[in-house]
Every structure is written in structure tokens, then in C-alpha cells.
Design a protein around this ligand. Sequence first.
Ligand SMILES: *[C@@H]1O[C@H](CO)[C@@H](O)[C@H](O)[C@H]1NC(C)=O
Length: 362
Amino acid sequence: MLDGHLLLGWLLSVAFVVALNAIGPTAAHFGLTGSEPLTIFPLSQEPDEATGKSHYKVCDRLKLERKQRRMCRRDPGVAETLMEAISMSALECQYQFRFERWNCTLEGRYRASILKRGFKETAFLYAISSAGLTHAMAKACSAGRMERCTCDEAPNLENREAWQWGGCGDNLKYSNKFVKEFLERKSHKDLRASVDLHNTNVGLKVIKSGVETVCKCHGVSGSCTVQTCWRQLSPFHEIGKQLKQKYESSLKVGSTTNEAAGEGDSSPPKRVFPGHSDQIPRTTDLIYIEDSPNFCKMSKYSPGTSGRKCYKDKNCDSICCGRGHNTQSRVVTRPCQCQVRWCCYVECKQCTQKEEVYTCKD
Ligand SMILES: *[C@@H]1O[C@H](CO)[C@@H](O)[C@H](O)[C@H]1NC(C)=O
């Protein structure tokens, strides 16, 4: 049923593909969009005494493409950052989708099936992966974990007397360059490839637009005669939230060219936007090509929602797909009325409460 939508993709005009391409022909896979293991294995603690190349093992386990592996191996900081990016993006995805039918189940076969299609969920995965990598890399630079980059550099400033560029800013310039190179892939152009690339770029843009200049005052008793300022990225939770909003308002693209009347291909085809007639996607919108399955029942895309915990009056109706929910009472004991004792521990009482747990029926 969905295959019909996929076909529309192949009718796409070159004009649209070119318009979408900003960083290269297509975007390579990484993080949630690739075949990397998502298990969060511990960061390599033991530095390899003999060679100092213990990170090679990590790079190999990540199942990267040849160029990516080369980039991974050339700096131990990269391997660590890639792993951090994967787990950060995965956790953020699961957090953002915790109340949805699709709860960002990333177990191997579900992830692979979703990535083969062009759903909204696929779009989100592409965007959060590239955002996660850019974020993690910029932070790794400023944290001194990389050999090839350090803090963000001061831009040229006029008002040198009043304040100075200082501190250690997150190095977005380096991380952008790195991520573009890391994800760039020469490959044939088609609708899927350009949509993936577009969504990858949305991830980069969200990071960029979240950069803030923060300043700290110096001078006699906080008079702030001198300030030092640096650039700082938004917390990744903020990025996840914005991408989730973009997911909600993502736009369907494709060709309205009638399959039967495929001759008129010299003019760019109109795009399909359900509910938004003729709204043209901006470079900051997430785009998709196929309607998603409902994720209610077990399928190759998700384990379905039977047995899923839900929140009454909040999402039970929607995530249980009309099947209703079971209610269980249970008694839970939790620490409560905690107080900080000098010095330095927290003392709590144990409180016992009755709690209702709701789960979706089969
Ligand atoms: C997602 O939902 C499934 C059940 O549908 C559950 O088994 C799984 O633990 C959930 N994953 C997360 C990350 O909450």
C-alpha cells in the first residue's frame, strides 16, 4: 500500500534535487541512521600501552564507511565523540517520543526497516543524528578532547575596550566542517537521497541557530567594566525539543506529476503537501515522502503498543489505538522529604504510596 508513494519519488525533477543539495551529493549514514551498534558500550578506558591505538577498535566496531573510518582513526577523540553522539541522539530521541506510539524503538531490525522508508520518523532520525554529532564534536573541541581542534576562535571585534572575547567557546566551525566531510557521500541522486540530505542539514541548522553568546562580568565588585564572552551551544535537550516540533510540522514532498502523464517532465513537478496546499519547504523544515504506518501492532517497523505503559488522560487513548488499557495498582516505596546534611550527604525518609499503572491492552 505504501509502495505507491515510494514510486512518486522517482519522478522527482533535477531542479528539486539541486535545490536540496547543500553539502554534497548525498548524506552518508551515521549514528541512528547507520548500522552502528547502538548499545552504549563503555568508553575505552584502557589506553593501549603499546600503540596508543586503542581507539582503532572502537572505530572498527562502529561499522563506518571507509572514509569515516579513516577520520575516526586519525584522532582518538573522534572515536569517543562518535560514541557519545550516538548515545546522546538515541536517548534524546527516546525521550522526545516517550509519549508516542513510535517510542523511537531503535533495535536493529526496526531501525533498519524505518530507514529503508521515507517516513517522518526517518526524517527525525536523520536530523537528530547529524545534530548529535555536530553538538558532541563542538563540545569535544572546547573540552580539549580532540587533537585537531580547540576552543572557538574570537571573531573580529570592534569594541575591544569594553569587552573581550575569551573563555572557551564551543567550536561549531570545526564541528560543522567535520560533520559535513564525515557525512558527505558521492552517490546517485534520487528523491530519497536528497530528502535524507535535506534532513541531515536541518540537524546542522538547528544546532547553528541555537548558538548563544554568553558573557561573564569582571571588574571591581562586579561592576562589569570588563566582560569576557564566548559562544555556547544550546543544551541538547533543547535541540531535541525543536526537532520534535519540526517532526510534528514536517512536510510531505514528492511529485504530483500524474504517473500516467509522465511526459511533461521538463517543468519541475509540483510538490504534494497534505493540508498545506503549495507550501514550499524551507531549508529548516523536516521533509518526508511517505505516510507512516500507525505503529499500533507489531510489524517490521515497531513492536506495537500492546503492553506499553501509558498515562491516563494523557496518551492512553492515542497510543493504545482504541484497544483500551489495563489498570494495575501497586505499592511503591520511594525516598522522600530529603534534606542535605552538613557535610555532604542527603538524608531521606522512605514513603510508601499506592500508584496506578496503566498499560495498553493487546
Ligand atoms: C517502547 O515501547 C516498547 C513496547 O511497545 C517497549 O518494550 C520499549 O521498552 C519502549 N522503549 C522505550 C525506549 O521506552
